[in-house]
Structures are given as structure tokens and as C-alpha cells.
Ligand binder design. Structure first.
Ligand code: HEC
Length: 243
């Protein structure tokens, strides 16, 4: 008997949950609701995530025909924006809707009236330009002192560099110059004589540095990078053939 009652309770709990027990709510303009799109996408989202969404007039999360919000789809010249906020579940709805599956769901919906909806893919985030937080002036001074022994670091020391050593202007033409400078201490020939506090291992006892060691801190290196970022790439007149 008791077992039956428990089973019956389970059935009751599973049967159509009333709107108040939905996990989150969303509002949408009348033409969207009437198109049937919301009834089409919400259950599919719930099926995927287990998060139930109720359609409710004054919900905090909303789709609107004007910004702000994330553009999610358009139809007949109107773009619709989702304002989901930052709460976890609404944010998951936004991610789903803007993701591949959500977009495909929107586009497979065939309204009874009017054109179909076209999903809008989120813009790819722009690759942030490398930012060099260091102090370029200090970087120039450090570069002249430490790197200028071998490299032409700017016009002022152009006669002092070692002929076979690439100038900073020449290195600056390489697309990955920033990587190369940030890791110069690990690149030949610098490893044999460069020490960066807390980064480079001690020189091997049997192989002392062949020249006066070059001592820098990571902050110094940041400053040098900030300076190199200001160095105009050398005009070599021909495609680079360096390494
Ligand atoms: C003792 C001479 C010497 C000093 C000092 C020196 N370099 Fe170099 N550097 C070289 C030579 C030689 C090369 C070319 C190596 C090659 O072509 O294999 C080079 C190459 C480089 C490269 C390109 C490395 C690569 O693998 O692409 C960078 C970046 C560089 N140096 C940065 C610096 C910086 C920054 C300093 C100062 C903090 C410095 N160097 C100090 C001799 C020196």
C-alpha cells in the first residue's frame, strides 16, 4: 500500500508542472509569441538542459525588438535582442540560443504566417592587440644598456651593433616579434649569459657565461617589450627571410 502511494506521488510530481514552478521566466513581444517561435524553442531548451522556462509578460529576462541585449535572430528587417542578465540559468539560455544548437533550432522553425527567422551568430571577439604595460622610456634605456652590446636597438646606437646580429627594427618586422622578445632569454645565444630573476635556472657550473652576464627582472623585460612595440619595423624592401 505504502509503496503504491509513493509511486502515485511520484507521478503527481512528474505530471505537468504549473507555471509557478518553472525555473526561469521570459517575456517576448506579441508578434514573437503569436508566431509560435517561443513555444517551439523553449521546450527544446528545457529538454537539453533540464531548465524549465515559462513565458510570462513581465519577466526579468526578455526578448525585445530593440537593443540593448545580445542580437539573437531577425525576421523581416526586425532584429530581436535577448536581455538575459548575469544570473546562471538565464545566462545558460542565452548561451544555448546563441550557440550552434539554439541557432539551428530557431532556423528550423517554420511559422504559419510570415517569413522564417534567421539566427544571428555572436560576433567573434576581436583578438586584443597585445598591450605592453611596461614603460617604453625605461625600456629604451635598458635595451641600450643590455641589448645594445650586440643589437642595433635604435638609430642612436646603429653603429654599435654587431653586424651579424639582427637589429630590433629588423626583428620588429617579424609577425611574432612579441613572442620572440618575451622569450629571448630562452633563445640562442642569450641563454648562455642571461639571468632573469625567478625565471632562468642558474648557469651550469661547468659552463660559466662567456661574457658579463645580462641581468634583468621580468619588469625590466616588460619595459623592453613596451619599448620594442614603439620601434618602427625596418623597411627591408624585400620579403623577410629570417629563420
Ligand atoms: C652578446 C650579444 C647579444 C646580446 C647582449 C643580446 N642579444 Fe639578442 N641576439 C643576439 C644574436 C647573435 C642573435 C641572433 C641569433 C640567431 O640568429 O640565431 C639575437 C637574436 C635576438 C632575438 C631573436 C631571437 C629569435 O630566436 O628569434 C631577440 C628577440 C633578441 N635577440 C632580443 C634581445 C634582447 C631583448 C636583448 C637585451 C635584453 C638581447 N637580445 C641581447 C645577440 C645578443
Amino acid at each position: 500500500m505504502r509503496r503504491l502511494a509513493v509511486i502515485a506521488l511520484l507521478f503527481l510530481a512528474a505530471a505537468g508542472a504549473p507555471a509557478q514552478t518553472r525555473d526561469i521566466a521570459i517575456s517576448a513581444p506579441p508578434e514573437l509569441v503569436e508566431s509560435g517561435l517561443m513555444d517551439y524553442i523553449l521546450p527544446r531548451f528545457s529538454l537539453k538542459t533540464g531548465i524549465r522556462v515559462a513565458l510570462a509578460p513581465n519577466a526579468g529576462m526578455r526578448i525585445a525588438a530593440d537593443p540593448p541585449g545580445s542580437p539573437v535572430f531577425r525576421r523581416d528587417g526586425t532584429t530581436y535582442y535577448l536581455r538575459a542578465g548575469t544570473d546562471d540559468k538565464p545566462a545558460r539560455f542565452r548561451d544555448w540560443l546563441r550557440g550552434e544548437i539554439g541557432r539551428r533550432t530557431v532556423e528550423t522553425f517554420v511559422p504559419e504566417d510570415g517569413g522564417r527567422f534567421v539566427a544571428i551568430a555572436p560576433a567573434r571577439p576581436e583578438k586584443p592587440a597585445p598591450s605592453f604595460a611596461g614603460d617604453p622610456e625605461r625600456g629604451l634605456a635598458l635595451a641600450r644598456e643590455h641589448c645594445g652590446r650586440c643589437h642595433v636597438v635604435n638609430q642612436a646606437n646603429r653603429m654599435r651593433g654587431i653586424g651579424s646580429t639582427p637589429s630590433f627594427g629588423m626583428l620588429r618586422t617579424l609577425p611574432d616579434w612579441a613572442n620572440r622578445f618575451a622569450s629571448f632569454h630562452a633563445r640562442n645565444p642569450h641563454g648562455a649569459f642571461t639571468r632573469i630573476a625567478g625565471v632562468t635556472p642558474p648557469f651550469p657550473i661547468d659552463r660559466p657565461p662567456p661574457i658579463t652576464p645580462l641581468d634583468l627582472t621580468l619588469d625590466d623585460l616588460d619595459d623592453i617589450l613596451a619599448y620594442v612595440a614603439t620601434v618602427p619595423p625596418a623597411d627591408l624592401g624585400a620579403p623577410i627571410q629570417y629563420q
